[in-house]
Design a protein around this ligand. Structure first.
Ligand code: SF4
Length: 719
């Protein structure tokens, strides 16, 4: 415990890293953050924190904190006043709108703002600027899960809660590594596993930590999730391990599903996935015969082949076996960032606030009425970031505002991304300078970060938590909310952005949430603090919040964004079972590029390390990028552990050290995606994994498929 540390006060807050949403207090001494302490009353983490949360306060003090707005003059970013920076920003944007229409402007933001900030930004982008070009880095993280929920249930939102992890007899973890990405969730799983003898099945090409402790590890070939799930569903149906009552009363599409999975007996599953048929059968029987089962999934699904289809199949697995809407039973997507859920709730990207459908004129009217803005301005649909990049390439998008994200490390096929960013007028709003994307900026705006502003964070079980401002941002930094308000005022809509406190924004959003699936109208900041978060829907001030959705088997009672996908809203409250065939990934290993390339996260780092590389306790064990290679392949390539090699794909190359490990199977390699190469701190290195990845997006979610491509390893011969 850090409680004995001498502080002036402990300020109630929530962790700003992953979406587990751990409760904590920030210790403040003489106006500076000096410690973090887990909140022992938090229903999420009961006082425990992982290494990232524990040292998060150190991210506030890094010497590279940006303290002044800057404008590029004579090729260099130079400090200017806020007035000069914002005047230049708005003048330039206005000129482009006059010339090209609002489509000439794009906004690419993050999963790390606060709910109130996403709400304000959505209002600014859609209600004032009127651009269809708004997206967030949540596109890289959970867009496929969102589309999966919409396609299966008619609306977004994880149906379950953390107690389901405690109560499940079987945990099926597919394409997720909570031990590294959601550490406190993993601790919780291990705790209850010891107590309740939970069986764990892990489907992952890598021998991750969860795979090492699993009762059954299905080491499937990259890109073959659909083949595995279809084969498991084949076994469930043929063994009669399905809930016919549930299927008949509450779903639609079973006949098509049954017909399709007839073509996926376990032997075909083995052929496609490389997992022995008997293991597929064992997994299906374990899942099907258990009274309760919960499935966790993350980037190994969302960033893989047929991502949205896979998410719908996971939902299907639970629907046909009746394992949904009751304790211990749920499909559960694990999102990455602390507030990516908030972003989707309040219309920060594709939908309008309250999961409203932008194509529905009535929904646009409802939103415009609360916003007190012109309904005609609100775009009927939005463009994802890869589409925006293409628009830059076509000369149709000339102004890009990047907020709290670092595309010059995180987007796939980096060579093209950097070409596009060179071409566009770029505004970067972030907390550190220098950082990779800011090297392309024409204007830089210094923002406040976690601990320096007040607002709400929805975690991955729909729990809305509050975090209060503990300290001020350094120098002239401003909160993102204030920056959005100031831009709104300069664009002539001062009235619509005239909030004095973040809770006034929250209260405006609550009006739009009323009666929607994610109703938060019964929440107040005070309640969120006293009750340590409340799960939506919470429609009244005396409502305790909702642990599980679909407890009565009623799906799809709202008209949400689902209309975009056809006739969801004609199924009288039924969920849809999608029959989806396996498709081979667009790039597979061949003689030129013989290895499967897998990219992902490690526990020490978070996203592109803008925060974590500045925290010595985190950076010390993982200061550089690397490639994991199987011992058998290392022998064939005559490379040693620690040796620097070149990893080459059709898109580019990186040079990183080798880690010879049996965590990857022969023929596969793994590269963590956190590391950049334009940072002056690391100018000698070219190690961003996304030089290698494929620019190919899922047709429904538009999420890039960064988990599956092909590469080769070249020995570096020193002359
Ligand atoms: Fe923060 Fe996630 Fe770690 Fe909890 S598990 S302390 S939310 S990074």
């Amino acid at each position: 415990s850090n409680r004995e540390i001498d502080v002036d006060e402990w300020v109630y807050s929530t962790c700003g890293y992953c979406s587990v949403g751990c409760g904590l207090y920030i210790g403040v001494k003489d106006g500076e953050a000096v410690a973090v302490e887990g909140n022992s009353d938090s229903l999420v983490n009961k006082g425990k924190l992982c290494i990232k949360g524990l040292y998060e306060w150190k991210a506030l003090h890094a010497p590279e904190r940006a303290t002044s707005p800057m404008i590029r003059k004579n090729g260099k970013l130079e400090p200017v006043s806020w007035d000069e920076a914002l005047s230049h920003f708005v003048d330039k944007m206005q000129r482009i709108i006059d010339e090209k229409g609002s489509e000439g402007v794009g906004i690419y933001h993050t999963g790390q703002l606060l709910l109130e900030e996403y709400y304000a930004l959505g209002k600014l982008a859609k209600g004032v600027i009127g651009t269809p070009n708004i997206d967030a880095n949540t596109r890289l993280c959970m867009a496929s899960a969102v589309q999966g929920y919409i396609r299966s249930f008619g609306t977004d939102g994880p149906p379950g809660c953390y107690e389901d992890l405690d109560q499940a007899e079987v945990l099926f973890i597919i394409g997720a590594n909570p031990a590294e990405m959601h550490p406190q969730l993993w601790q919780r799983i291990l705790h209850y596993r010891a107590e309740k003898k939970t069986k764990i099945i892990v489907a992952d090409p890598r021998l991750t930590l969860p795979a090492q402790v699993a009762d059954l590890h299905l080491a499937l070939r990259p890109g073959t999730n659909i083949a595995l799930l279809n084969a498991m569903i084949h076994v469930l149906i043929s063994e009669g391990l399905i809930d016919l009552e549930m299927i008949e009363a509450h779903t639609h599409g079973f006949a098509e599903l049954k017909a399709l999975v007839e073509d996926y007996p376990p032997e075909r599953g083995e052929e496609l996935t490389g997992v022995p048929a008997k293991r597929i059968i064992e997994a299906a029987l374990l899942f099907g015969r258990s009274a309760t089962a919960t499935t966790l999934y993350c980037q190994g699904v969302n960033q893989s082949m047929s991502a949205t289809d896979t998410a719908t199949l996971i939902n299907t697995l639970h629907l046909i076996s009746g394992k949904i809407g009751k304790p211990g039973c749920t499909p559960f997507s694990l999102t990455g960032q602390s507030t990516s859920m908030s972003n989707r709730e309040v219309g920060g990207t594709t939908s309008l606030p309250g999961f409203r459908n932008p194509m529905n004129p009535e929904h646009r009217r409802e939103v415009a009425e609360i916003w007190k803005l012109d309904q005609e301005k609100i775009p009927c649909q939005t463009n994802d970031i890869m589409k925006m990049m293409a628009l830059i390439g076509e000369g149709k998008l000339d102004f890009l505002w990047v907020i709290g994200t670092n595309p010059v490390v995180s987007l796939p096929d980096q060579r093209k991304i950097r070409e596009y960013l060179d071409r566009v007028f770029l505004v970067v709003q972030d907390v550190y300078y220098p950082m990779e994307t800011a090297q392309y900026a024409d204007i830089f705006l210094p923002a406040a970060q976690w601990g320096e502003k007040t607002g709400t964070y929805t975690n991955l079980e729909r729990r809305v938590n509050i975090g209060y401002q503990a300290v001020k941002p350094p120098g002239n930094g401003k909160s993102d909310l204030i920056i959005f308000q100031e831009v709104g005022k300069r664009l002539g809509e001062g009235e619509a952005f005239n909030w004095n406190e973040p809770e006034e924004v929250f209260n405006e959003w609550k009006l739009l949430s009323k009666g929607r699936p994610n109703d938060m109208s019964g929440m107040t900041y005070l309640r969120l603090e006293k009750e340590h978060g409340i799960r939506w829907p919470c429609p009244a001030t005396n409502h305790p919040g909702t642990a599980r959705l679909y407890t009565q088997g009623i799906f799809n009672t709202f008209e949400c964004i689902a209309e975009a996908y056809g006739d969801f809203n004609h199924f009288e409250g039924r969920a849809k079972l999608w029959a989806v065939p396996y498709q081979q990934p667009p790039e597979i290993p061949d003689s030129d590029y013989p290895f499967w390339l897998n990219t992902g996260s490690i526990i020490e780092h978070y996203h592109t390390r803008t925060k974590t590389k500045r925290i010595p306790e985190l950076n010390i064990t993982a200061p550089e990028g690397y490639v994991e290679v199987n011992p058998q392949d290392a022998k064939g390539l005559q490379i040693q552990d620690g040796e620097k090699v070149r990893v080459v794909s059709r898109r580019g190359w990186i040079e990183v050290g080798v880690r010879v490990r049996n965590t990857v199977s022969p023929g596969q390699v793994f590269v963590p995606f956190h590391f950049g190469d334009l940072d002056p701190l690391e100018a000698h290195l070219k190690q961003a994994a996304n030089h290698l990845t494929l620019n190919w997006v899922d047709p429904f979610s538009k999420q890039p498929m960064m988990k599956v491509s092909a590469c080769r390893i070249e020995k570096i011969r020193h002359s």
